[in-house]
Design a protein around this ligand. Sequence first.
Ligand code: SUG
Length: 444
Amino acid sequence: MSGLVEVNFDGLVGPTHNFAGLSAGNVASQESEGSASNPRAAALQGIDKMRALASLGVAQAVLPPQPRPSLAALRRLGFGGSPEHALARVATEAPQLLRLVSSASSMWAANAATVAPATDTTDGRLHVVVANLRHMFHRSLEAETTYAVLHAIFSDESRFEVHEPLPGGTQLADEGAANHTRLEPPGGQAIHLFGWGRVALGPDDAGPTRYPARQTKESSEALARLLALRPGAAIFARQHPAGIDAGAFHTDVVAVGHRHVFLAHELAFADGEAVRREISTRSGGAVAQVWATEVELPIADAVAAYPFNSQIVTTPNDEMVIVAPKESEASPRARAFLERVVASDNPVRRVVYLDVGQSMKNGGGPACLRQRVPLRPEDLSALGARVLFDDALEGELRRWVETRYRDRLLPEDLGDPALWREGAAALDELTRILGLGSVYDFQR
Ligand code: SUG
């Protein structure tokens, strides 16, 4: 693809991975509330996924987890004193707040930022806009550390620009690349499709009624400006309100694109026909599109089995592979849809199913767990940390997880000061493994 290497940066699952039922409108998160999690198994599933992608010949990298429970957030909320004191007090006085500041949600790296590669921007540099994740408190806590981490990795300002999260309140709520798809028609100009769920600055009576719309139109428009996209590169499309109301809280729950392939459910966009036409016109028909109808694949099955929350990747022999969650293999209709994609006239040759069950129980499939960063080959050696996944890093990460992570966690355990200490020690060691420097508040 135009000489770019698409590097998949996966979020490592953090030591406090748990099921706290924090996300209204995310059906899996709500259904899993209160069950016991296995942080060690979750982190190892994540590393297994990276290994599987690397084995396909795909460039793979990692993003670190964040310190949780966030003592920094607790302090700003008036829970001072020693970690023991602050945690004991919040656990008694505000247990729901403790759950919110403890989520390992930074694992869903698709929500970390939105990226445009150097080939698509007016100044010839890669642009990254860190997502503010303002829609939900537990996720909004990620933005500051995400900025520090991405700044450390993409530090070379002659090649990269990392932008701060959008300012302001929920009117400018931004959920990152989960609502952004970059398509690359062969020989043509890249297309950037931005999904959004509501209009914030003006009247809007066309949104969902049951579940919230997270991304605003105004945020998506700001992203396109900050990414310095070439004129005519962006398409803005409203998410279908019925899709959001069925549990498609992000566009990537019901649509996925890669290079010149685009898959979507008919309830992904309010005006799907316009999206299909626009992609077709702008690409001169060079993007292969496969749309699922409600009859073929009811939206409830799409939300439960996540066939669209898969990764489409290109292997070194220029074939495309869909990497889907095993829940899609187990769902007859989701599997039949993916098989139809493979059988259709497009470059997708096969489907690989992976077990990311711990993440799926919180509504995060393979696509949620990764941030795509298309880099020029010469940029790979200009990264500011040891984040590219290879055999040596894999071995160190596996040992690190096996020695540092618990294998069982309930929301009630989150106030245990030992859990906080274990997490801080683990993350401190991880910054040394990754050569990241002091990116965490407790290190400064
Ligand atoms: O924001 N779940 C995440 C899942 C994000 C999935 N990402 C993409 N679709 N790209 C969310 O709803 C649940 C945490 C809990 O309930 O403990 C959570 O935050």
